[in-house]
Structure formats: structure tokens, C-alpha cells
Design a protein around this ligand. Structure first.
Ligand SMILES: NC(=O)C1=CN([C@@H]2O[C@H](COP(=O)(O)OP(=O)(O)OC[C@H]3O[C@@H](n4cnc5c(N)ncnc54)[C@H](OP(=O)(O)O)[C@@H]3O)[C@@H](O)[C@H]2O)C=CC1
Ligand SMILES: N[C@@H](CC=O)C(=O)O
Length: 522
């Protein structure tokens, strides 16, 4: 309610069932109820087991009006307190019913946090009805589209390892889904918590073409590579990535490169490329005979992975003997769109990532924009931040004004005089005492030595000086700070800009569709 929006959760789904408030107009699943849902799903149980949570429940068998007579003999839905539970396939029909009921009266959003290619049908249907959809699931957005011209040279070297699903045959559903872009939000599909999609959209809407995108976009593969670098066996590291919630439900989706390929496809389509997954060159980390057509997930984890531990270790050691590291990289440039392993310098933007961090670099006409995530921080960086063109993209002139604009964006009702400002020159050289010409000609040279000494002092500590803006709680200040050379701000060169934001990242959710009743959806 803080932002003036009231969200009402009216239902949740898993792969087998839909749990929905008895009266979607007046009821909601409250926080306590949703916590219980999370607990059940974290235990790996089905939503259907909720009916057993607190002992005997009123088991009113409610027959859906959509049920056929033959199905009516069996109880298809039950009431759990003030909820009904529907199992598949009825739940899909019920979702459409709810959409039809709520969309016009109060607004409705569907949130797809599954990794299923089966949701595209219902999503495109409800979008068509006027609902909004929010996706963490990449598959609906990577379904086949009818390309204007197929890429004749499309390379498909390793994509035979890919886990391909019915997403490849849903052209119509895909077209319907994306025909209403204002009703779709999918920030989490690329870069998880990083605002990648929003930033790219913003750059594109400024008319600035993005010539190249390079990214390390897989939390799983980033984590796997840096842990193997530290000497841990590949098979063990993949298992921990799975238990940490980084991997897709089938970790082969990550290790085949398919998950990164999907992210690449989403980005490439955002840039206007009409391509499909089969136009992307994909490199897999495991051989084809360990794919889903040949092994179960359990067999893959238990027997498949350990058999390639040595090969992966050797690749990593070879890179290390050259002073380099391996990273799984996505490159989009002109007609090229590929994902695969690259040997990179340790101190390159992608090479210096650790763990599940992601980074994305976009080349625009004036330089590079990039975003980087480290634990609970992310950095938005702009190379060549002082060029006029980048300023047009939203960067403003002096640090105190920038700080004020950012602070007000965060909701602080403050003025410039609330900001602690450190100046690099003394007050007697200010505009009330000197002209610009006098300042440049006589004022500045008189402080050369002081500045040089400050820089040398920091350098003797192995550090650098940066002019930093800090906004935190009631604190808002701009001034010189001595920083470590390899910190996000310390490693900037020239006129680069960086903004580091502390945020809470919401990682994995186990609930598939939450029906959110948003009063003003669009
Ligand atoms: N993990 C992460 O850090 C991030 C993940 N994502 C994306 O979020 C999605 C989910 O990832 P994660 O939470 O790790 O996966 P999980 O496997 O933990 O959760 C997936 C959930 O989706 C449900 N589900 C599967 N198929 C269907 C279906 N057809 N209809 C309704 N529900 C279904 C599953 O139900 P059941 O329990 O019955 O199988 C399960 O509850 C993926 O698409 C992933 O790419 C995006 C950004 C970051
Ligand atoms: N499996 C993915 C999760 C997000 O998309 C990853 O490892 O990055």
C-alpha cells in the first residue's frame, strides 16, 4: 500500500494444481496462508497436501461449472478453509475463468515463476483478455516466432544437447503473447535482480542503437567456474549450485548453455532481431549421451557429472596456466548470437566476477554501459560518463545535484543544503571572488600541489581517491574518499561513472502463478 498500489493475491499454482480463494472478488490469500504455501513447496510437496495441514478440514466438494458430467462423478475440487483446490487439467480452465471475472472489474496480473514451457497457452490467452503477466520464466518468451528471414548460416553446433520443449511449436501463442508489450513485464528473465531489461529498453527508447552485448548471465555457470577454479570437483559444485537454488529444475538446462541461450534470445529480440533459438550457437559442458533423452536428472547428478570432472578441471587449469579464467559468455553482435566458454583475463569485467554474480555490457554509440551484481549490491556503470551524448541519456552535471536527484528519487524530501558537500578548491576561489578565467589561470595552479599530495598519500596506502556520493538513511553526502583500487569505484578510469545500489534480491520462488489483483495495473 506504501506505493499507492494494493496487491491482492487470489491464487497460487504448482505443476499439478491451483489453489484459489473461494470468492475472488472479496477474498485474498493472506501472508500467513502464503507462508504455509511456501513451507509446503519448500518441502517439495504438492499444493494438494495443504488440505491435510491442520487436521480435518471442511471438505466441501465444489463442482466447477466447467466440469463435464463424466468428470462430475469424481470430486475435482475441494475447499480448504476459504479456498478451492483444482487439479490439472481443470486448473487451466479455472485460471481463464478467473481472468474473465476479474480483468475488467479490478485488474489482474499473472506471475509465472515456473520453468515450464506449458504456461504459454494460458498466458497468451489471459493477455488477450486484457490481463498483465509478469515472468521469471524464460520459456514463454523464447518460443518460436516466424522469422522475417531465416539465418542461412545459423550454427547449431552444440544445441543438440539442448533441452527443447514444446516451446518450439507455439508460434501463434508467442505472437499473441508479445502482441501486447505493455501487458508484459519480464525483468527477472535476464540478470535476475539486475535491471537489465529496463535499462536496455530505456537506451533503445532514447534511440541509441546497441551495437554489441557481452554478458556473463548465468549465476549457475559463474558459480561453477569460480568454485572449480578454487579446486572443487565440478560434479560437487553443480550439486551445491542446485541446492543453493541457482540452477534450473533440471541443471542440464544451465550446463547445456540452453538457459543462457534463452537469455541471449530475449536480449536479441529486444534489440529487434527476429531470430529463434536454433539461430544461436550454443556450447554445452556435457556430452550429448548425458542429455535428458538418455538419463534421468538423478542419474546425471550421480553418475554422469563425476565422469567429466577431470575434463572440466583440465580446461580450468589450462586457462589458469595462461594466467586466465574460464567464463560462460553470451555475445550478441550484428547477426552473431552465441553462448559458450571463453578464456578471459582475470581482471577483465567478466573475468573478475566471483560466484553467481552476473555482468552485462552493452556497447552504445558513446561507449559502454554495464551492470554488475555483487552479493546484495549492483552497479550501473557508464564508460565515458562525461560525453554530451551520455548526459542526454540522463546523467546530470555536478555531484551534489546528482545526489539530490537520486535522493529525491528514493523519496527523500530534502534540499541541496541538507547535503554535506566537500569542495576541491577553497572558498576564496569561488564564483563570488573570481571569474572563471581567473580561476583557471591563477586559482587552480595554486592548489595543484595539495591535490597531488592527497593523491600520493592514498597511493602510498595502495589506494586511490574518488569523488563519491553516498545516500543512506538520512545521510546524503558527496566528497573525496580513499578507496581500494579494486573496489567498484576504485577501478573506474577516466570519465567513467558508476552507481552502486544496495537492494534486497528476491531469488527463487517456488510458486508458479500468483494471481495478483492490482487496482491500477497498466
Ligand atoms: N533461481 C533463480 O535464481 C532464478 C530463477 N529464475 C527463473 O525462475 C523460474 C523458477 O526457478 P526455480 O524457482 O529455481 O524453480 P523451481 O523448480 O524451484 O520452481 C518451479 C515451480 O514451478 C512449478 N511448475 C512447474 N511447471 C508448472 C506448470 N506447468 N504450471 C504451474 N506451475 C508449474 C513447480 O511446481 P511443482 O513443485 O509441482 O513441480 C514449482 O513449484 C525459472 O524459470 C528460472 O529460470 C529467474 C531468475 C533467477
Ligand atoms: N538458472 C539460472 C537462474 C536464473 O535465470 C542461472 O543460473 O542464472
Amino acid at each position: 500500500m506504501q506505493q499507492g498500489v494494493r496487491l491482492r493475491v487470489v491464487g497460487v499454482c504448482d505443476s499439478k494444481s491451483l489453489l484459489v480463494a473461494l470468492d475472488v472478488f472479496t477474498m485474498e490469500l493472506d501472508d500467513t496462508f502464503l507462508m504455509e504455501v511456501c513451507r509446503v513447496k519448500l518441502n517439495g510437496s504438492s499444493l494438494l497436501t495443504l488440505s491435510n495441514v491442520d487436521g480435518p478440514f471442511p471438505m466441501n466438494y465444489l463442482l466447477s461449472p466447467l466440469m463435464s458430467d463424466s468428470l462430475a462423478e469424481l470430486p475435482r475440487s475441494i475447499s480448504y478453509r476459504e479456498c478451492q483446490i483444482f487439479s490439472n487439467p481443470e486448473s487451466m480452465r479455472k485460471l481463464a475463468d478467473i481472468a474473465a471475472l476479474l480483468v475488467r472489474s479490478t485488474g489482474l496480473a499473472f506471475v509465472d515463476c515456473s520453468a515450464s514451457s506449458e504456461t504459454i497457452g494460458v498466458l497468451s490467452r489471459v493477455v488477450d483478455m486484457g490481463c498483465c503477466v509478469v515472468l521469471a520464466n524464460k520459456k514463454p518468451l523464447t518460443s518460436s516466432m516466424a522469422p522475417e528471414s531465416f539465418c542461412q548460416n545459423s550454427v547449431f553446433s552444440m544445441s543438440s544437447f539442448a533441452i527443447q520443449g514444446p516451446e518450439d511449436t507455439r508460434t501463434e501463442d508467442y505472437d499473441k503473447l508479445v502482441s501486447q508489450p505493455r501487458r508484459i513485464r519480464h525483468e527477472c528473465t535476464v540478470g535476475a535482480g539486475l535491471p537489465v531489461i529496463a535499462s536496455l529498453n530505456r537506451m533503445l527508447s532514447c534511440g541509441d542503437p546497441i551495437h554489441r552485448i557481452i554478458g556473463s548471465l548465468s549465476g549457475t555457470l559463474g558459480y561453477v567456474m569460480s568454485e572449480v577454479e578454487d579446486g572443487k570437483p565440478f560434479s560437487q559444485v553443480v550439486k551445491s549450485a542446485k541446492s543453493l537454488g541457482y540452477t534450473e529444475p533440471d541443471p542440464r538446462d544451465d550446463l547445456s548453455g540452453m538457459d543462457v541461450a534463452r537469455k541471449a534470445l530475449i536480449l536479441a529480440r529486444l534489440l529487434g532481431r527476429r531470430i529463434n533459438l536454433d539461430s544461436i550457437k550454443i556450447e554445452s559442458l556435457y556430452p550429448v549421451e548425458m542429455g535428458p533423452n538418455f538419463m534421468s536428472v538423478e542419474d546425471f547428478l550421480l553418475n554422469g557429472l563425476p565422469s567429466i570432472d577431470k575434463d572440466i578441471q583440465q580446461m580450468v587449469e589450462k586457462a589458469s596456466s595462461n594466467g586466465n579464467v574460464l567464463r560462460y559468455v553470451c555475445v550478441i553482435e550484428d547477426s552473431r548470437c552465441e553462448v559458450g566458454i571463453q578464456e578471459l583475463q582475470k581482471d577483465s569485467p567478466l573475468g573478475r566476477l566471483r560466484g553467481s554474480d552476473n555482468v552485462i555490457l552493452g556497447m552504445i554509440s558513446v561507449g559502454w554501459m554495464w551492470q554488475e551484481r555483487n552479493e546484495n549490491n549492483y552497479s550501473l556503470c557508464c564508460h565515458s560518463g562525461l560525453s554530451r551524448d551520455t548526459m542526454i541519456m540522463g546523467l546530470v552535471v555536478d555531484p551534489a545535484n546528482k545526489a539530490l536527484i537520486l535522493a529525491r528519487l528514493l523519496g527523500r524530501r530534502i534540499n541541496l543544503d541538507s547535503i554535506k558537500i566537500e569542495s576541491l578548491y577553497p572558498v576564496e576561489m569561488g564564483p563570488n571572488f573570481m571569474s572563471v578565467e581567473d580561476f583557471l589561470l591563477n586559482g587552480l595552479p595554486s592548489i595543484d600541489k595539495d591535490i597531488q599530495q592527497m593523491v600520493e598519500k592514498a597511493s602510498s596506502n595502495g589506494n586511490v581517491l574518488r569523488y563519491v556520493c553516498v545516500i543512506e538513511d538520512s545521510r546524503c553526502e558527496v566528497g573525496i574518499q580513499e578507496l581500494q583500487k579494486d573496489s567498484p569505484l576504485g577501478r573506474l578510469r577516466g570519465s567513467d561513472n558508476v552507481v552502486t545500489v544496495s537492494a534486497l534480491f528476491c531469488w527463487c520462488t517456488r510458486i508458479f502463478v500468483v494471481l495478483l489483483n492490482i487496482k491500477s495495473c497498466l
